[in-house]
Ligand binder design. Sequence first.
Ligand SMILES: [Ca+2]
Ligand SMILES: [Ca+2]
Length: 482
Amino acid sequence: MRPSLVLAAFLASAAASAQTTPALPSFEGQIIYQVMPDRFADGDPGNNQGVNLADPRAWHGGDLRGLTGKLNYIQKLGATAVWMTPVYQQQSVNSFATAAYHGYWPADFRAVDGHFGTLADFDAFVKAAHGAGMKVVLDQVINHYGYEAAAVKLRPGWFTTDAECQASTDKDVDCPLAGLPNLKQSVPQVREQLIGNADFWRARGVDALRYDAIKHVERPFLKELLARDRAAGSWTLGEWFDADTGTVAEWQKAGFDSLFLFSLQAAMKDSVMGGQGLDRVRTVLSRQGELVRPGDVALFLDNHDVPRFAQGSLFEDVGRERTKYGLRALMTLRGVPVIWQGTEIAQRGGADPDNRRQMRFEDQWTPEERAVYEVARGAIAARKASPALSRGTLTLVPVPLALESQLLLFTRTVDGQRVLAAWHGGKERRTYSLKLSGLGLKAADLATVTSLFAGQNARASVRGGYLHLSLPAQDAAAFTLP
Ligand SMILES: [Ca+2]
Ligand SMILES: [Ca+2]
C-alpha cells in the first residue's frame, strides 16, 4: 500500500471512530414527486390487458417503462426523488368492480405485476433514476393482502379471524381495513415475510420506503422493521391517515424518519384553496417544536387518497390560481415537499377514483395549465437555490391580531442566511407597513427587494424600523433578509 493510501485509511478510520452515532437517513432538501404508475405514462402497449381508459376503476396501461421514459420530465420540474405507489403482483380479478391498478391489493410482494412490466423493468427504472441523481421511494404494503390473493386461502394462519377482531381492544390494528385480509404480524412467518420484502426491494436499489396504513399495523413489528431499515440506511416515511403534529412526533420518536403531516394539508386546503383564515396554518406550524426532525416531515397539498387540491374551488380558473399560491406556499415550508402527479398543472378530481385521472403531459396542456407548471417549476428552483428555504429552521413571526387571518409571516434561517416567507390570503393586493419591534425581528435597512419566486410582483423593504411588504392577492412570497 502506498503511504498516501495508508494515511487515507488511517484518517478514514479515525473519522469513523470519532463519529459516535451514525447519521440518520435524511431526505431534508429533497423534493419528492409522487406517481401512480398505472395513471402516469404507458411505455409498453404490449402489457395492456384489460385496459379501459374510459373506466376510472379499470387499468389504464401505465407502466415502469413509461415512468422511466418520463424521468426527464420529473427532473425538469425540479423533483429529486420519485415515490411510486406499489407495483408488485396484484390480485388478478376485480373487487367491487375495481381493478387493482392502484397497487394496494397485493398477491405477491416480490414480483412485478405484468401490467407494470417485469423486475428487469423495475431495475432499469432504478438504474435510470440513480443515473439522473434521483432517489427512489417504494410504497410498501405491510397490513394486508388483496381480497382475492391466493395467500389468503393458502395460509389462513397469517390472518386475523372475525373472532380475533371482535375480541380485540385495538380494532384499528386487529380488524380488517376496508375488509382487506388483515395480516397478523405477531406470527413469526408473517414478520419474516414482511421484513424480507423490505430487504428484497432494498437489494434492488430502493433508497426509501413509504409504509402504507401504519395506523393499522402491530406496533412491536413496526419497531422491529424500522430498526432494520434504519440500520440498512433506508429512509422511512409512514402514512398514518389524518396524522397531526403529535402523531408525527410520536412515530418519529418510535423510529420513523418521516410521516405525512395530514393536519397541515387540511389547513392549507381550507386556508389557501378554501379562502379561510391563515390562522389555521399558523396553528399547525406553532406545534413544530414537538417534532423530532421537522426537516424530514413530508408536506403535501394532495395525494391519491384525498380529493385534488384544485378541486377545492368550483371554478377552474380560481382552482388554478390558488394552486399556484399553494405550490409557492409549500416551497417556503420546513420539511420535504411531495408533489402528486398532476398537481403541477392543477389537475382536478374529486374523491377516489376521480382524483386518479390520467396524467397529461406538455403536448396536451392548455396555456393555463402550462402557466401553473411554470410557477411550480420556478418555486421548486427557488427553494433548491436557497439553503434557508431548503434546510433552514422555521420561526413564526407574530403579526398584529387584526391581520392574523390574512397574513402569515415566518423566517427560515440556516448558516447566517435568512429568508422571510410572507403568505397573503387577502383578495386584493395589499401593502403592509409593520413595526420590526412588534414582529420581534431585527433587520438592517434594506432597499426594495423582489421575491425569490420568479414572475411574481411581490416586494419587501426595511426602513426606519419598519418592514414594508407589497404583496399580490392570495399568494406566497419569499424575501432574502439582511
Ligand atoms: Ca402499458
Ligand atoms: Ca392490521
